[in-house]
Design a protein around this ligand. Structure first.
Ligand code: SAM
Length: 220
């Protein structure tokens, strides 16, 4: 890796000609449905929302959603998707560097999928966890460390040594569960999973195998 995962990196990632362009209309990841469909709806934050697939799915289920991301390019695409889906009134989009953001409010549900900021994973998870309301849920979906993964959950294949493998862009089950062994949290689900994702319609690439880490936590 010869760069930081800073705002300019993510603007390039989502911008015209960036590696994520062909995947911008990605479907929602399957863990969101599996881990949240039974929850009573309320307020939800999608931290590192990208082009908003998960935020929009939550809005469709009746959640009042905040989608936050460091990339204005991604958020503009997300807002267009919300408008096209008739969901503009149910999602607010906020541009912020979430590793230092202090929103001054809490959400019933905080989700983050494949977000990897410059700070690395565990400090990021510790920070966003502080925004979960008592009785609420934190859902973490991450690239699993030590496995070949497609980059960024965006159906692009990362060559060996590219971002899909960067140590600070991945997490381990032990690392995340240890972080939340702290009082005030209960681990409801934690598992590793491998799934194959078809290439985006606009891409001629092969299917991508994603090695994922999923942790769902309840804030006491
Ligand atoms: C790989 S994408 C995942 C997008 C979406 N959650 C998904 O699963 O398809 C990671 C996202 O995290 C965002 N991100 C990275 N660092 C961030 C930070 N410090 N603050 C807010 N968002 C950040 C990026 O802009 C990008 O949209």
């Amino acid at each position: 890796m010869d760069h930081e995962f800073d705002q300019s990196y993510w603007e390039r990632h989502w911008g015209a000609g960036g590696s994520a362009m062909s995947g911008r209309q990605l479907p929602v990841n399957p863990y969101l449905l599996a881990e949240t469909a039974h929850l009573r709806t309320g307020t939800a934050l999608d931290a590192g929302t990208g082009t908003g697939a998960e935020a929009l799915w939550l809005a469709e289920q009746g959640w009042q959603v905040t989608g936050a991301d460091i990339s204005t390019t991604a958020l503009e695409a997300a807002a267009r998707r919300a408008s096209d889906a008739g969901l503009a009134g149910q999602v607010e989009w906020i541009q912020a560097d979430l590793s230092s953001w202090e929103p001054g409010r809490l959400w019933d549900l905080v989700v983050t999928s494949y977000a990897h900021p410059a700070t690395g994973q565990l400090p990021f998870y510790r920070h966003i966890a502080s925004w979960v309301a008592p009785g609420g849920t934190l859902l973490i979906v991450a690239h699993l460390r030590g496995h070949h993964t497609g980059g960024h959950g965006d159906q692009q294949v990362s060559p060996p040594g590219d971002d899909g493998h960067a140590e600070n862009a991945t997490a381990t089950l032990a690392g995340v569960t240890e972080l939340f062994a702290a009082p005030g949290w209960s681990i409801v689900a934690c598992y590793e999973n491998t799934r194959t994702v078809a290439p985006a319609a606009s891409s001629a690439g092969p299917p991508v195998e994603l090695n994922d880490l999923v942790v769902r936590l309840h804030r006491l």
